[in-house]
Design a protein around this ligand. Structure first.
Ligand SMILES: [Cu+2]
Length: 354
């Protein structure tokens, strides 16, 4: 089969064959220009093309996927809307020293996940979801994570932050790779405060990450942060043809276009705090842009003063930062990667401000 690049697919070369049959599902217009949309029952086969070219491209109306299609959240076992504000505080107890010990148990699970309507992906997960649980703690606590490998592949858990090498979760140091059926315990201090990442560090590394083995670690500063409506956005993607060179689906918290179907409800004037993480593999950057508003940006969240006031940030792989804003006007507010190709392949959505 002739190999098509992602860009060729985007400009319509998908009609040449079944290299990625799901694209006809997501992007009906791009199958056989002007015919597939109608055949697929698309609600607006002629939409797109400001100049009125029927059925060609996404046009001004946003994504060209089949509108109204949703994934089976129940089968997935999670809903990205819930993942946004789902903070896993683990269990705590006070040590004799007076310090707080915070503990979690994380299980690696191999699992099929529907990442776009009709597109399933054989993921490797932490606790059956992608991204894995958002672990949240406070600066200065002692953290203990028991990791159980219930997957068919060896894995690790590698945390960003300060810790001794033997707790680094990389092959051949400390517990090293954890084979299927085995477990280990990682223990380290919650330091520094900020927005961190954890991910598997088994090789081939890009694949272990891209398969879904990542999550967010939030270490709150001792004095806390001002009250806000807080949410976690993990920008990710899926290499559904397994060529290890690109992604075919992009999302925030895994499901392409999810927040087109379910806009994120926020309150006008209330402080909104977005913990933004880029865990994309196979692309060197990702970005976040919000319409009609500006936000304070705190790179890594390790300082309490923002570094800039902007409407767009660009993040390299594993970079993350905190965005804080107050929506000024009610209504639907678009957000998306300003790498527009990613937006058109799933990384876009809306806030609903009321
Ligand atoms: Cu792994």
């Amino acid at each position: 089969m002739k190999k098509l690049s992602r860009r060729q697919l985007l400009i319509g070369a998908a009609s040449a064959g079944a290299a990625l049959p799901f694209l006809n599902e997501i992007f009906p217009h791009q199958g056989v220009h002007g015919q597939s949309a109608a055949a697929a029952g698309g609600p607006n086969p002629s939409h797109g093309g400001a100049g009125g070219m029927p059925g060609h491209g996404g046009g001004a109306n946003g994504p060209t996927f089949k509108r109204g299609g949703v994934v089976d959240h129940t089968a997935n076992g999670f809903n990205p809307t819930d993942i946004l504000r789902d903070f896993d505080l683990g269990t705590t107890r006070r040590l004799a020293s007076g310090r707080t010990l915070r503990e979690w148990e994380i299980v690696a699970v191999d699992k099929e996940i529907e990442v776009a309507p009709g597109v399933t992906y054989p993921a490797w997960t932490f606790n059956g979801r992608a991204p894995g649980p958002t672990l949240r703690c406070r600066e200065g606590e002692l953290l203990r994570i028991r990791f159980i490998n219930g997957s068919a592949h060896p894995h690790t858990m590698h945390f960003h932050g300060f810790h001794p090498p033997e707790m680094d979760g990389v092959p051949e140091i400390g517990a090293g790779l954890i084979p299927p059926g085995k477990s280990t315990t990682y223990e380290f201090d919650a330091d520094p405060f900020g927005l961190h990442l954890y991910h598997c560090h088994a090789g081939p590394l890009a694949e272990h990450i891209a398969r879904g083995m990542y999550g967010t670690l939030i270490i709150d500063p001792k004095q806390g942060r001002p009250d806000a409506d807080e949410m976690v956005m993990v920008m990710n993607g899926f290499n559904t043809n397994f060529d290890a060179t690109s992604n075919q689906v992009y999302a925030v918290n895994t499901v392409a276009f999810h927040h087109v179907n379910e806009p994120i409800k926020v309150t006008r004037g209330e402080l909104v705090r977005i913990y933004l993480v880029n865990i994309l593999e196979y692309d060197p950057i990702n970005s976040f842009h919000i319409h009609g508003n500006f936000f304070d940006y705190y790179p890594t969240g390790t300082r309490l003063a923002p570094s800039e006031f902007t409407d767009t940030v660009m993040l390299g792989q594993a970079q993350r930062g905190i965005c804080e804003l107050r929506f000024r006007f009610p209504g639907k507010v678009m957000f998306h990667a300003h790498k527009t190709e990613f937006a058109e392949l799933g990384w876009m959505g809306f806030f609903e401000v009321s």
